[in-house]
Design a protein around this ligand. Structure first.
Ligand SMILES: C[S@@+](CC[C@H](N)C(=O)[O-])C[C@H]1O[C@@H](n2cnc3c(N)ncnc32)[C@H](O)[C@@H]1O
Length: 246
């Protein structure tokens, strides 16, 4: 398991799965704190973000769910008749997804994908998982690996949140700090805290659609479609469809 990602998420998923009312703390390194009730990771199709539902209409063939978590997308696709492989770095998340019915769910780091070439037509990366590799270069490497494990007509469906679509002074100051360090504005360093257990810091890239497109182009992919969330609550959230360049 990646050192940068202990099982905090998985343990919280398990507690929620067992019916406990839990939440995790997501702390950014400027001490901005967000509380996540985990409910979103267990929602059914009707309660997903509209951008997710729209983008997932593009799914075809065998599917790889990268960072599948508790398996909400994987389980729905399975029900629709797709053959889905879920991978997650968290062993307990994988256990929860299996308990919920996932037929093929494996412990695997998205930064070290050990899968045969040409195995999947579609890759999905939901819940801001476009950015799970961290910085720009690790993300390009992950996309190049995904190029290898997909078929010639492969596609990636990924969500992220445009960090610039905000007027929150805390976020604007954080972006400025990143720029001064020569980093993308939305490269956030965060850690998860659950029931007194404190995970280590790790990087998550929140990419603007332009950044996602540039990273994709540099790694063998082309951004074909972008669905943006129009609600105030989820300002900046979007889902993109990346198609393989041949
Ligand atoms: C925000 S949750 C999203 C879960 C799911 N995709 C969803 O939308 O409900 C992020 C998930 O990605 C997993 N994850 C984070 N870094 C990962 C990595 N490097 N490789 C594989 N999984 C990772 C976490 O363990 C967690 O289950």
């Amino acid at each position: 398991m990646s050192e940068a990602f202990p099982d905090t998420f998985g343990k919280a998923f398990m507690a929620y799965y067992r019916g406990e009312k839990v939440s995790i703390i997501v702390r950014r390194d400027d001490d901005l704190v967000d509380e996540d009730s985990l409910e979103g990771y267990f929602r059914g199709y009707d309660d997903w973000f509209e951008v997710e539902r729209k983008a997932l209409q593009h799914v075809r063939g065998r599917v790889l769910d990268v960072g599948c978590g508790a398996g909400r997308n994987l389980l729905w696709l399975q029900e629709k008749g797709f053959t889905v492989t879920g991978v997650d770095v968290s062993p307990t998340a994988v256990e929860v997804a299996r308990l919920r019915g996932a037929r093929d769910c494996r412990i695997m780091d998205a930064k070290d994908l050990r899968l045969p070439p040409g195995s999947f037509e579609t890759v999905i990366m939901m819940g801001n998982n476009f950015g799970i590799a961290g910085g720009v270069e690790p993300t390009k490497k992950m996309l190049r690996d995904l190029y290898r494990v997909t078929t010639e007509d492969g596609l990636i469906i990924a969500t992220s949140r445009d960090p610039l679509d905000t007027d929150n002074p805390r976020h604007l100051a954080y972006h400025e700090r990143n720029r001064q360090r020569g980093q993308p504005p939305g490269l956030v360093t965060i850690r998860l805290e659950f029931r007194g257990e404190i995970g280590p810091w790790f990087d998550l890239l929140l990419a603007t659609p332009k950044e996602m497109s540039e990273i994709a182009e540099a790694s063998g992919w082309h951004m074909e479609e972008v669905y943006r969330d129009e609600t105030e609550r989820w300002r900046g959230l979007y889902a993109a469809v990346l198609v393989k360049k041949n």
